[in-house]
Design a protein around this ligand. Sequence first.
Ligand code: G3I
Length: 388
Amino acid sequence: MSHPATLRRVTAIAATAITAVALSVPAAQGAPPEETLRSEAPRDLKIGSAVWGQNELLDYDRKNPTEFQRILAAEFNSITPENDMKWAEIHPEPGVYDFSGADAVVAFAQANNQEVRGHTLLWHSQNPQWVIDASASWTCQEARDVLEEHVRTIVGRYAGEIYEWDVANEIFQDDWDNGGVRLRTEANPFLKACAEDPVALIGDVFRWAHEADPEALLFLNDYNAEGINTKTDAYYALAQELLADGVPVHGMGAQGHLSLQYGFDTSIQANFERFAALGLKVAVTEADVRMPLGDDGEPTAEQIALQAERFDAMLQACINVAACTSYTVWGFDDARSWVPGVFPEGYATIMTEEFEKKPSYSALLESLRDATPGKSPRTPPGLNTLNR
Ligand code: G3I
C-alpha cells in the first residue's frame, strides 16, 4: 500500500467534507455541535490517542462504528498505533511483514480526517524472537543491514501518511552507579552490535527514515523525559551532536507516563523550550496518569483531582510552546490501558471503562478551549498541588 501525498490531501479534503456534513446534522436539528478535544484544539496542535489497530480497528465500518471507534474518531485528530508498528508485530519473521494492524490504523485515520504518529523503529523492547536470536552473533554491519531494510520498508510503505515518527525510543537507560544515564547498548540488540559507535547508528536510522519519507518529522522519544533532568540533559547533548552532524532529527517526545506516587516536575515547559531553541519540535507522546487504588479499586476524590491537574499541566506546557506539535494520550479509556497489566495501579486514562469522561478529560477540554481564540476564558489551573 503506497499513498502519495496528493492522494492523502484529497482523502483529507474528502474526509473534511464528510466531517462537516456529519457535524451539521445535529445543528440542523437544533442541538449544538458536540464539543470535543479535537474541535477545541488551538492552532495546528494535534490531539491524539494510542489505539491497538489489531484489536480495535480491523472490523471498522464507518457506517456502523463501535462506541470505542466513534469516540476515537470524534475526540482525536491524531492516532498512534500502540503496538501495530513495533517490530514484533509488523516484522515477526525474517522477510515476513504483517501490515494488517498498521494498515487498519492508517485506514481509520484516513476515514476520519486524522493524522498518524508512527511508533517505533528502534527500541529495546518488543523485538521478535528472530531478532533476539540472530543478534547474539551480529556484527555491527549485519545489525545495520537488518535495521536499514526494516526502516526503509516500514517508513516507505506509509510515506505521506505519517506526520511524526518515534524513530528512536527509550535509547537511554538509567546508570545510577555512575550518576547518570547511558545509551542502552546492552538491552537494545542493534545498539549492542554497534556499541563501539552507537551514535553513528542512531544518526543513520534517522537518515534512512528521512530518505524513505522526507515529509515526516522524526523524533527521539522517552519516558521520564518531561522535566529538565539527567536523562533530558543527555538527550539535549545527543540532539546537539546529531544536528551538528547534519542528521535529520526533528523532535523530542516526552512520553508523559506519570504516577501519583511520585512528584511532578514542573520544569516541563522550560525543558520543551530548550529543545525548541535548538530548532526541534517537541510533543507529549504517551500521556497517562496512574495511581495506587484502595481495596475497593476506586480512586479518592483527591486523586481524581490531582490526576486532572497533571494531565492538564502537560497540556499547558505543550500549548505554551509553539514548537509543541502534538499531545497524545496512551489510550483514552481504562478498559484498554496497559497500566493494570504492569503496575499495581490503575485509573490512568481520561475516561472510565464505560467511557465516562473524568475530570481529567474536562480539564483538557477547558484548556484547549481557552487556548482557542474566541472561546471563553477561565482561571488558569493552580500548580499548588503538583509537587506533592
Ligand atoms: O506479542 C504478542 C502478540 O503476538 C499477540 O498477538 C498479543 C495478543 O494479545 O500479545 C502480544 O504481546 C503483547 C504486546 O503488547 C503486543 O505487541 C503483550 O502481551 C503486551 O503486554 C504488550 O504491551 C505493550 C507494551 O508497550 C510492551 O512493552 C502495551 O500494550 C503498550 O501500551 C506499551 O507501550 C509502551 C510504548 O510502546 C513505549 N513507551 C512505554 C509504553 C508503556 O509500556
